[in-house]
Design a binder for this molecule. Structure first.
Ligand SMILES: Cc1cc2nc3c(=O)[nH]c(=O)nc-3n(C[C@H](O)[C@H](O)[C@H](O)COP(=O)(O)O)c2cc1C
Length: 351
């Protein structure tokens, strides 16, 4: 099957980046509804998305069975409206959100920029999302028979002051608990004022303890189901801050950590006409930094706690480097924009 993505990309890259995003999701949903998506993208799935590949026995992480090691990073399916479709193109797990308790429109447009020369994106979307309730409605249609692992990424509303942020995370956890296989608390988006301050070790410890307490409280309403809790951190942390967080994660026995979100650094794209756009930078310029943060955290973290590598996975070799640095799973966002579904298949084939 020829790779049709380079052709599709020509068309998509002629559009404004955010428009291209919506067109892509609409096309994926339409192709999925006809049952053709797996064939068109060459993943060959037949209506049983993320079905275990007979060549890949899957991998157990956080007590969950992942069909392969590659997942969709948060932010691409913010609304939870294309879960089955992403499973059809080969993702073993799909992380939807970030979702906030109340719907919010996000930042003014334009807020999404391609830096093609660097295979990179800058975004300052600002958690545009339909709110937890809206997302759960979308999910009731989009999940269908998705057999991969569903992560739900939660955050706080932009107008919730940091002192009250915990309330938003607890609300999010409570609302999505029944639907999620795992829940990620996003403490690292650069586009919500003050959010990354929640990565302060003591603040983070308190938040984790409260989330764990809430989990125990809601478990009986869900037949005792245990949903792993994951924290997503930024790449722009000092070694000391990573060390302090590793201690908190180990002591609280968090279930998993995602390294990393986008970076606010522009060193790797200095001089590019779009380099000074505010927001988070993702893609190839982030590969090395995020893998270094992963390795650093891994070296200080309790070995029993898995790390999920996100940031600049643009090739199977990049994914392998993250696995070699100690990641149990990897996630992709910007790589999918530049390389298309073939990248997913290449990573899914890794042992
Ligand atoms: C347009 C865009 C929106 C994003 N939105 C979110 C988000 O809502 N929540 C989140 O945790 N991460 C979000 N991310 C970060 C990605 O999940 C990922 O961690 C980051 O982009 C690094 O991976 P990549 O280089 O493969 O893109 C977003 C990234 C992009 C490019």
């Amino acid at each position: 099957m020829p790779d049709l993505y380079p052709l599709a990309r020509l068309f998509l890259f002629a559009l404004d980046a955010e428009k291209a995003h919506h067109v892509t999701l609409s096309m994926m949903r339409a192709a999925d509804a006809t049952g053709l998506l797996g064939c068109l993208t060459g993943s060959g799935a037949t209506g049983s998305s993320a079905a275990p590949d007979p060549l890949h026995s899957g991998v157990e992480v956080m007590g969950l069975r992942f069909p392969n090691r590659v997942g969709l990073a948060a932010g691409l399916d913010k609304t939870g409206s294309a879960v089955h479709a992403f499973g059809e193109i080969g993702f073993g797990h799909v992380e939807i959100g970030t979702v906030t308790p109340r719907p919010q429109p996000g930042n003014p447009k334009p807020r999404l920029f391609r830096l093609k020369e660097h295979q990179a994106i800058i975004n300052r979307m600002g958690f545009n999302n339909p709110g937890v309730e809206g997302m759960l409605v979308n999910l009731s249609y989009s999940r269908k028979d998705f057999r991969g692992i569903l992560g739900i990424n939660i955050g706080k509303n932009f107008d919730t002051p940091n002192e009250e942020a915990t309330r938003d995370y607890l609300l999010g956890l409570e609302e999505v608990y029944g639907a999620a296989d795992y829940i990620t608390a996003n403490l690292s988006s650069p586009n919500t004022k003050g959010l990354r301050d929640l990565q302060n070790a003591e603040t983070c410890r308190e938040l984790i303890l409260k989330l764990q307490e809430k989990r125990e409280e809601v478990k009986p309403d869900h037949g005792g189901k245990h949903v792993p809790l994951v924290i997503k951190i930024a790449p722009d942390l000092s070694d000391e801050a990573i060390g302090a967080l590793a201690k908190v994660f180990s002591e609280t026995r968090i279930d998993g950590v995602i390294t990393t979100n986008t970076t606010i650094s522009r060193d790797a794209v200095a001089g590019h006409p779009l380099a000074n756009e505010a927001g988070g930078l993702s893609g190839a310029p982030l590969t090395k930094t995020s893998t270094a943060v992963l390795a650093r955290l891994r070296s200080e973290l309790d070995p029993a706690i898995p790390v999920i590598g996100s940031g600049g996975v643009m090739s199977a070799a990049d994914a392998q480097a993250k696995l070699d640095a100690g990641a149990a799973l990897v996630q992709v966002y910007t790589g999918l924009v530049y390389r298309g579904p073939r990248l997913v298949r290449e990573i899914a084939a890794l042992a």
